[in-house]
Design a protein around this ligand. Structure first.
Ligand SMILES: *[C@@H]1O[C@H](CO)[C@@H](O)[C@H](O)[C@H]1NC(C)=O
Length: 174
């Protein structure tokens, strides 16, 4: 360690902005690799699985604290990690064993588009189908990733939720 006399220290702090910055700070963040895009897709989809999320800290390595999550079926976007946690831990009483997983993903530098599958089974709370009936639907997700942190800051989802309702014997008026 180098001891710096306090007068010099004061001078250094007053001129801190003029000091050369380490070159690593000015390196542009790398674009997403295929394996990162796949693993981010997989981790994002898994948060909707039955029983997967049990604490908010699980989201901290996946999304920014101000993350936006859009799904037109369910109204306005959720804003922020807390709201996302609440949405992702909501338990639909009509289904269980929910699994959401990527089928295929494509990406550019910072945005991932992923086609996914959803499988589940109906519970005995679904009045119009026998308990244990297999449920399946598909959807698409667009995930925007903050390159500096590799965290998702904007997610837009569109899915065949109407098929979920019809598979559960509900009437959907289109
Ligand atoms: C997030 O995505 C939505 C589309 O679903 C878009 O309208 C909005 O501008 C995006 N927000 C940001 C900050 O990129």
């Amino acid at each position: 360690m180098v001891l710096i006399p306090s007068a010099l220290l004061a001078l250094l702090s007053s001129t801190a902005l003029a000091l050369p910055q380490p070159t690593t700070d000015s390196k542009p963040a790398l674009c997403l690799s295929d394996s990162e895009a796949n693993s981010i897709s997989k981790s994002w989809l898994a948060i909707w699985d039955t029983g997967y999320l049990t604490k908010k800290s699980q989201l901290k390595n996946l999304v920014t604290k101000d993350v936006l999550s859009f799904d037109g079926t369910y109204g306005p976007p959720t804003v922020g990690l807390d709201a996302l946690y609440a949405a992702a831990t909501y338990v639909d009483p009509l289904v269980t064993n929910v699994l959401q997983y990527p089928e295929t993903a494509i990406h550019n530098c910072d945005t991932i588009s992923v086609r996914w599958g959803y499988s589940a089974v109906s519970t005995s709370n679904a009045p119009n189908v026998p308990a244990g009936t297999p449920i399946f639907l598909e959807g698409i997700e667009i995930l925007q990733v903050e390159l500096s942190s590799r965290l998702i800051f904007n997610a837009t989802s569109s899915a065949d939720w109407v098929l979920l309702a019809t598979q559960l014997g509900e009437t959907v008026n289109l």
